[in-house]
Design a binder for this molecule. Structure first.
Ligand SMILES: C[C@H]1O[C@@H](Oc2ccc([N+](=O)[O-])cc2)[C@H](O)[C@@H](O)[C@H]1O
Length: 524
């Protein structure tokens, strides 16, 4: 081969080597840039839903107007005022019954896609039963829905957010097996009235708080405190009631109108105190006690209550002299009826704890469900305390919680139906801003992992009646001035930050609102 040709080929080979190196370099930096983009400027998907959530008793007021009857919270605040920290009531609350147009205006200011609110059963069915529908009550919700739709805000209705008609509580409430039928009858009225315009329904908000807080302890109305018994009876009935309302929607209304129907659970991030197998088992038991007892019947592969919990309660019940277990499992037919009855997993997430059987002390009543599992909890000192005794900021808790759902039930559509921070008040709520940013970073982390998270609802649009804490704890993006007869709503810093996140679909950790004047952006 002529020397020149050899040189030319050699030169080409060298050139080829350089080109290859350059290509590899370019590829690596492209990956790095892309990865950098993903980490630093991550975006929520275009179809990700941003919303805010509220609940009827907490905001509506008008407790006895236009034919509404008393519910268990009306009854509690009127008959046992000392049960509420500041002796307040929800008689007026945020007066949303009259100020709903201002509420919708606030949603337009925020630029949200969707509003999650609940219906007051006793406003729609004053006797609790479907023998008489209160048209004025239905009209109120029609007005609200129409106002939302006028501004392209998608309504998502929760049928039951803790305000059972007192007349049904007088008959045993969630402890009466007939509540399953009463709930179905109520659900039929709701679907008949609203499913032509509303495409998303949640049957029940937080069955754990209904059953454990209301019937197994005295944390929520009706303060029954039938420890170790009430919560387990309620757990059976509420799963069946949910399933019945779901089947009704699925069989009759979904074919006609489309739409989805789901169920929402409160989920603490339960983490083992140490890596030991014992603590991991303790975390599993606490999980079963707190939320899996309510969600396994619907989402687990085999249905029914969690196996370990069933065994423990049966064993403890026998040792305590009960002729049968305090937790009665579903029949195979019931299991099949309940399993799969939710089009999505709704999760309300706020906080978490570390758990271990070594932290258990015999401080609990016998029988009680905490005594049944014999697991204790602790909160490290460096977790920021909110204004609510039960609520500390656990690092990474949103991500951990979302991964727990995936681990337990596989990949399914998830809506975060509540998440927010409580303070004592004030407009410059940097603690709430930090909380929202880190929770939403957790959502992005989970999205990066491929979880099918469809939306996020901030709790709450505005300050409201926080159950036994009355008005002492503030969860609002908007502050409500309860001393002002107009109940003026004022946007907090967090409202501006949430608005910016929704608008840009990104979390900018450095974003500072330039103004304290809220306006409605074009298109809202
Ligand atoms: C602040 C909101 O709390 C919701 O309920 C709870 C209660 C307790 C926990 N927890 O983890 O211990 C989580 C959520 C409730 O749905 C809503 O109405 C607000 O009060």
């Amino acid at each position: 081969m002529p020397i020149n040709m050899f040189r030319r080929l050699g030169g080409l080979a060298i050139l080829h080597g350089y080109i290859m190196k350059l290509l590899v370099l370019l590829l690596c930096s492209a990956v790095a840039v892309t990865y950098g983009k993903v980490r630093q400027g991550r975006k929520f998907p275009d179809d990700f839903v941003f919303g805010v959530a509220t609940a009827s008793y907490q905001i509506e007021g008008a407790w006895d107007e236009d034919g509404k009857s008393e519910n268990i919270w009306d009854y509690l605040v009127h008959n046992n005022p000392d049960a509420i920290v500041d002796r307040s009531t929800g008689d007026v609350a945020c007066d949303s019954y009259h100020k709903y147009k201002r509420d919708v205006e606030m949603m337009r200011e925020l630029g949200i896609d969707s509003y999650r609110f609940s219906l007051s059963w006793s406003r729609i069915l004053p006797s609790g039963f479907a023998n008489h529908v209160n048209e004025a009550g239905v009209q109120f919700y029609n007005n609200l829905i129409d106002e939302l739709l006028k501004y392209n805000i998608d309504p998502i209705i929760t049928l039951y957010h803790w305000d059972l008609p007192q007349k049904l509580q007088d008959l045993g409430g969630w402890l009466n097996p007939l509540v399953v039928d009463w709930f179905e009858d109520y659900a039929r009225v709701v679907y008949e009235s609203f499913s032509d315009r509303v495409k998303s329904f949640i049957t029940i908000n937080e069955p754990g708080q209904v059953c454990y807080d209301g019937y197994g302890t005295d944390i929520k109305a009706p303060l029954l405190n039938a420890t170790g018994i009430g919560e387990y009876i309620c757990a059976r009935h509420i799963a069946l009631a949910h399933a019945k309302a779901y089947h009704l929607y699925n069989n009759v209304y979904k074919p006609k109108y489309g739409g989805v129907c789901g169920y929402t659970f409160a989920m603490d991030s339960v983490a083992p105190l140490t890596d030991s197998e014992e603590d991991k088992y303790a975390a599993e038991l606490m999980t079963q006690h707190q939320w899996a007892i309510y969600s396994d019947p619907v989402f687990s592969k085999d249905g029914g209550f969690p196996k370990e919990l069933l065994e423990l309660v049966a064993k403890k019940s026998a040792a305590q002299g009960f002729p049968r277990s305090r937790l009665i499992d579903f029949t195979e037919e019931e299991k099949a009826y309940i399993r799969g009855t939710s089009d999505f997993y709704g999760v309300n997430h706020y906080t978490g704890s570390l758990v271990s059987s070594s932290l258990y002390t015999s401080q609990y009543a016998v029988p009680s469900s905490l005594d049944d599992i014999e697991v204790g909890q602790m909160i490290p000192d460096d977790w920021l305390q909110s204004a609510s005794a039960w609520f500390q900021k656990m690092p990474d808790s949103m991500y951990i919680t979302l991964k727990l759902i995936q681990k337990r039930y596989g990949d399914l559509p998830i809506y975060i139906t509540e998440n927010g921070w409580s303070s004592y008040g004030g407009i410059d709520d940097d603690d709430r801003v930090d909380y929202y940013r880190s929770a939403l970073e957790g959502v992005l982390d989970a999205l990066d992992d491929g979880l099918n998270i469809k939306g996020y609802y901030a709790w709450s649009l505005m300050d409201n009646f926080e159950w036994l804490a009355g008005y002492t704890e503030r969860f609002g993006l908007y502050q409500v001035d309860y001393d002002d007869p107009e109940l003026t709503r004022t946007p907090r810093k967090s409202a501006f930050v949430y608005k910016h996140i929704i608008k840009t679909r990104m979390i900018d950790p450095d974003y500072e609102p330039e103004t304290n004047v809220m306006t409605i952006d074009e298109g809202h």
